[in-house]
Ligand binder design. Structure first.
Ligand SMILES: Nc1ncnc2c1ncn2[C@@H]1O[C@H](COP(=O)(O)OP(=O)(O)O)[C@@H](O)[C@H]1O
Ligand SMILES: [Mg+2]
Length: 169
């Protein structure tokens, strides 16, 4: 179907990368961090053990925030302040949250505006936090360490820069 002239179809920029091992996953996070700024939201999807926290550790390293980044058992959201004068990292584990109202109850709006926010298990919930976001889907096959990571840029913020994010060093 063609679009009326002078108007672009809204397009979600997508890039898929193969990630052979855990160190490569951290490296991917580190590279992503290079293109992130305050207000950005990453929504991570993938089974338990897929590598969501590992990717977040790379993002944290790239942002130079205070660690450690762990999968919290009881804490749902943690703020990691920058050690380098940059934006803090807000790391949310939405696994135990039951619906958007509970996420909304965390009152993260102010933090999100001035931080880079990463939400594990955020699909179906975190979309309500921001119109522009990076959706990161991690999948794996049995009997291999390799992961496939699909990064979908949603919204004007990501329309053209997503390829640079992954290619840039
Ligand atoms: N290619 C890979 N990418 C990410 N993690 C990997 C990979 N291969 C092996 N691993 C291991 O898988 C585990 C992923 O755990 P974690 O990042 O906590 O997952 P999640 O947060 O998605 O539950 C880690 O122990 C990591 O070392
Ligand atoms: Mg995790």
């Amino acid at each position: 179907m063609s679009e009326p002239e002078g108007r672009e179809a809204p397009m979600n920029a997508t890039v898929t990368v193969r990630v052979p091992g855990a160190e490569d996953m951290r490296e991917l996070g580190l590279r992503l961090a290079g293109g992130l700024r305050a207000g950005d939201l990453l929504v991570l999807t993938g089974d338990l053990g897929a590598g969501k926290t590992t990717l977040t550790q790379g993002v944290a390293e790239g942002l130079k925030v205070r660690g450690p980044i762990t999968s919290p058992t009881f804490v749902i959201a943690r703020v990691h302040p920058s050690l380098a004068g940059g934006p803090p990292l807000v790391h949310v584990d939405a696994y135990r949250l039951d619906g958007f109202a509970e996420l909304d109850d965390l009152d993260l709006d102010a933090e999100i505006a001035e931080s880079v926010t990463v939400v594990e298990w955020g699909r179906g919930l975190a979309e309500g936090l921001a119109d522009d976001r990076l959706e990161v889907v991690i999948s794996r096959a049995d009997d291999t360490e390799e992961r496939t990571v699909t990064i979908i840029g949603v919204g004007a913020r990501w329309a053209s820069v997503i390829g640079d994010l992954v290619d840039g060093s």
